[in-house]
Design a protein around this ligand. Structure first.
Ligand code: E4P
Length: 209
């Protein structure tokens, strides 16, 4: 069981990474754009912090381009690199070539068990079902995790597009190996009104010793 942060906000990531509870980071072009920084600046800062596993999304028009751009990232960022490729014909062709070279690939934008099977056959280390986006479209995101688990694929299931703490525990219970969460969801995982209430009472009573 591992928790990743789904963000390109380096300050926010670094402070949460210092908890020792975070094993990696996933990014995408939208998150990088939102950070207002160049992808290489984001990746370099995360690497400087020691984050071991960073999903870096590659955009390209064909499999050869996906492959050569991915190899450029591996050369620059070394073992911190997980190549993130879409679940398209070209993305999976490139995935196969990269995984044959023992390069970690995260196949993203997974919305069906059939896509997960193909990505696993292409050697993906991780496959990323987008739970929240399924739910946004009146589909059952959590059932997808269970259905993928039941296929018996060898890739690790990286549950993505999770929007609240409850979804994280449910995703793990249904068979996710990793959950990637926005920083706000990670922060909310600590919180419970009864913890606050209990703590307030214990602190008060401790003062009375
Ligand atoms: C996963 O790798 C994606 O970056 C992410 O989880 C997408 O989440 P969203 O649907 O909230 O944009």
């Amino acid at each position: 069981m591992k928790l990743f942060l789904d963000s390109a906000d380096t300050d926010a990531i670094v402070s949460r990474y210092q908890t020792g509870l975070i094993a990696g980071v996933t990014t995408n072009p939208t998150l990088i754009k939102k950070s207002g920084r160049e992808p290489q600046d984001v990746y370099n800062e995360l690497i400087k912090t020691g984050i071991p596993d960073i999903s870096m999304e590659i955009t390209a028009d064909n499999a050869d381009e996906f492959f050569s751009r991915s190899m450029g990232h591996v050369k620059t960022y070394g073992d911190h690199t997980t190549i993130k490729l879409p679940c398209s014909v070209d993305g999976l062709k490139a995935c196969k070539r990269l995984s044959d070279l023992n390069i970690r690939v995260n196949v993203t934008l997974i919305f069906s068990p059939a896509q997960a099977v193909l990505a696993s056959l292409a050697g993906a280390t991780y496959i990323s079902p987008f739970i929240g986006r399924m739910d946004d479209n009146s589909l059952d995101g959590m059932k997808l995790i269970n259905d993928i688990k039941n296929t018996g694929i060898s890739s690790q299931i990286l549950a993505a597009s999770l929007r609240d703490p409850q979804s994280v525990s449910t995703a793990f219970a249904l068979g996710a190996d990793i959950c990637t969460v926005p920083v706000s969801v990670f922060d909310n995982m600590y919180k419970h009104v009864l913890t606050d209430k209990g703590l307030e009472q214990f602190n008060k009573d401790a003062l009375d010793f």
